[in-house]
Write a protein that binds this ligand. Structure first.
Ligand code: GLA
Length: 680
């Protein structure tokens, strides 16, 4: 049976020194697009904005190694010296995200192949297959050369392996990948018999006579065997991780500087399993971009930040490596940020544990695919609102330097996320193919976020000790060991809330026998005899007045009590939300896709029954989080609404020295950060 990727041993080294003093501030810097005169202006303006670190070299391979084995370091030496003289640290990228033209010309076979057999053309992003030995050899050569030249340069404070690994080359279906997949299967399962048994290949007569006959799930992913599909997703994540580890090993052999790579956790897809990767980076780092049609943009910032903190097991600071000062250019209609939003968004990440705020990119490009992407220094130059807000943010981060390294207050709620469940949910001939894993995870995070209750968004194998409530949104793929840990948590007095489709399949994507909800049936004290997916125009009324969309179930109670019932439709009278008392603990089941108001009512009851701590008591537009510094608590109050709000707190504002005695006004769209004190 395949082992879960998350069971891999972590190799995190002791957290090394943070790359900057205080909080990190800066962005991607691409000086190769500009003349040396502009570099000097850049460095002057970086100092004006308070920039103390830039990410250098992401797209520089072809200029650093213009021909195979021939290097041109002169321009790089000069720019690194300029930055260093100005006191600006370098987050040095291995340039492997952008293979040079000579490499792709000589070895077009390194380009990834999609599920339909089409080889990618040069000119895109991350145009290489993670399994290619040819690419690996060239990538490690430039990485070695870079590490040998700059590995102990005092300006270099962080290594940035490649860029957004998987963003463009997340899956490759070429023959080299196929051969590696079979090797991976051999290591995971041992024999072809074990594979056939795990995947249930007897269905549609797909039994394999030999592992050599297995190909990646090419073509329509929905027709692939679900067990094979999930195995290929895991393999692809592991294969990219192997590449990261190979580059990281080269760097670590030659340099004591910490190593990271930028993750991509936002509203978008689920490319790799970061819960497996996070143990291999010295600093957990993320790129976060807001999505225009995401109705709860502000909460998505918090969700991603809580996830990053969760990837450090809520033990360490992490770093917002990229976000934007305004409109990106890769969406259909890109949205500029509202006045004040740059500070608000950056501090939302800092409040939740990021020891800095960085952007793509420093200076707006005039040419190239992303010539209209926003930047810290926009096309409009310094006579612009964006520039003034960039300077304002730099000054705010300097004033907040004292919180660097301070942990975020401990959370009492854990929300478990699982890439494998996301992959499995969104593949295959399912009862409802339009269900989105991110919908459910965001919904159950939002109901606590809007009440100022902190949630750690954790990998499924995380330690649950110390939490009062564990939320499992659509945790479709569950191993016996994971189910046992959830069970033990509840029997030890904890409360769990699982939502529809949780526990339904095992780690090979096989439906668990004995009835739904599979792994959690006994714990929840409820069974589902039939799924009732809803049509696009169909809703079901609930006894609490809410209306269910997309998903409902025909449930039967086996010890649990009904909290909310279906009030019309074919499931009328059956339980939609249940609670099962288990010793001092409780197990809740939500069998439907609840609307926000119904989910909020469930959360409010849990907040009051379990006494879950709210950072402050304020309206739903106020985000509030504390970081615990050695000199006392620092409270972030972020007003996402368009109305001023007064919050009952006392202390001194760290952004402008105002003092609050019993009440702090948080103007609409603004942020107040205060060192708390008792009211006089
Ligand atoms: C990603 C990349 C950057 C840039 C931005 C644009 O995060 O890492 O190089 O392309 O997107 O939004």
């Amino acid at each position: 049976m395949a082992r879960r990727a998350t069971e891999r041993p972590h190799t995190r080294r002791d957290l090394p020194a943070w790359p900057t003093d205080g909080l990190s501030y800066g962005g991607d810097y691409n000086p190769e697009q500009w003349s040396p005169e502009v570099w000097r202006e850049d460095v002057r303006l970086m100092r004006e904005a308070g920039v103390n670190i830039v990410t250098l070299g992401v797209f520089s391979w072809g200029l650093l190694e213009p021909r195979e084995g021939e290097y041109d370091w002169a321009w790089f030496d000069e720019i690194i010296a300029l930055l260093h003289d100005a006191g600006i640290a370098v987050d040095l990228a291995t340039p492997t995200a952008a293979p040079p033209s000579w490499l792709l010309h000589a070895h077009p076979e390194v380009l990834p192949v999609d599920a339909h057999g089409e080889r990618e053309v040069p000119g895109g992003r991350l145009g290489w297959c993670a399994s290619s030995p040819v690419f690996r050899e060239h990538a490690l050569r430039i990485t070695t050369a870079l590490a040998e030249r700059y590995g102990d340069h005092p300006a270099v404070r962080l290594w940035h392996v490649s860029n957004e690994l998987g963003g463009g080359n997340g899956r490759c279906y070429c023959d080299v990948s196929a051969a590696r997949f079979r090797e991976w299967l051999r290591a995971e399962y041992g024999t072809v018999e074990a594979i056939n048994a795990a995947w249930g290949t007897a269905f549609w007569g797909h039994t394999f006579a030999d592992i050599e006959h297995i190909e990646p799930p090419r073509g329509d992913k929905h027709k692939a065997n679900p067990g094979m599909f999930l195995a290929f997703e895991r393999f692809s994540s592991d294969e990219l991780l192997e590449h990261y580890l190979a580059e990281a090993a080269v760097l670590r052999e030659r340099s004591a500087v910490p190593v990271t790579t930028n993750f991509m956790v936002g509203s978008g897809g689920h490319v790799v399993d970061y819960s497996d990767w996070a143990g291999h980076v010295d600093v957990v780092a993320n790129d976060h971009y807001t999505i225009v049609d995401d109705r709860v943009r502000e909460q998505d910032l918090a969700f991603a930040a809580d996830r990053m903190r969760g990837l450090t097991r809520a033990r360490e600071p992490w770093l917002l490596m990229e976000h934007s000062t305004g409109a990106p250019s890769w969406q259909q209609r890109n949205r500029a940020k509202a006045p004040g939003e740059i500070l608000r968004n950056a501090l939302a990440h800092v409040a939740r544990g990021s020891d800095g705020a960085m952007f793509f990119q420093w200076r707006a490009s005039t040419a190239g695919t992303e010539q209209f992407h926003s930047a810290m220094l926009p096309h409009a130059g310094t006579e612009s609102r964006v520039w003034r807000e960039v300077v304002e943010l730099g000054s705010a981060l300097r004033r907040l330097a004292g919180i660097a390294g301070a942990p975020v207050e401990p959370a009492k709620v854990a929300l478990l996320v699982d890439e494998e469940s996301a992959w499995a949910l969104q593949q295959g001939l399912k009862p409802h193919r339009a269900l989105r894993y991110a919908h459910e995870t965001r919904l159950w995070h939002r109901v606590f976020w809007q009440r100022q209750v902190l949630v750690d968004v954790l990998p499924v194998d995380a330690d649950l000790d110390g939490y009062d409530l564990v939320v499992l949104p659509t945790l479709l793929v569950v191993s016996d060991a994971q189910a046992a840990r959830v069970d033990a948590f509840v029997r030890g007095g904890g409360t769990v809330l699982a939502t529809y489709l949780s526990g339904i399949v095992d780690e090979t994507s096989r439906v668990r026998g004995g009835g739904y909800p599979g792994a959690f049936r006994d714990l929840l004290g409820v069974t589902t005899e039939e799924f009732r997916p809803l049509q696009a125009d169909e809703t079901v009324l609930l006894s609490d007045g809410g209306r269910v969309t997309d998903w409902s179930e025909d449930t039967n109670l086996h010890g649990a009590e009904a909290v909310v019932t279906y009030a019309d439709g074919d499931s009328a009278g059956r339980a939609a939300v249940t609670r099962n008392a288990v010793g001092d603990g409780a197990a809740w089941y939500v069998s439907a896709q609840l609307p926000l108001d119904s989910a909020t009512r469930v959360a409010d009851r849990l907040i009051s029954e379990l006494g879950l701590p709210r950072a402050v008591e304020a309206g739903t537009g106020i985000e509030a989080v504390r970081r615990n510094t050695a000199d006392g608590d620092v409270l972030f109050l972020i007003n996402h609404s368009d109305a001023d709000e007064t919050v009952a707190v006392s202390g001194r504002s760290l952004l402008d020295d105002a003092t609050f005695d019993g009440a702090a006004l948080v103007p609409a769209g603004r942020v107040v950060v205060l060192r708390e004190s008792a009211a006089e």
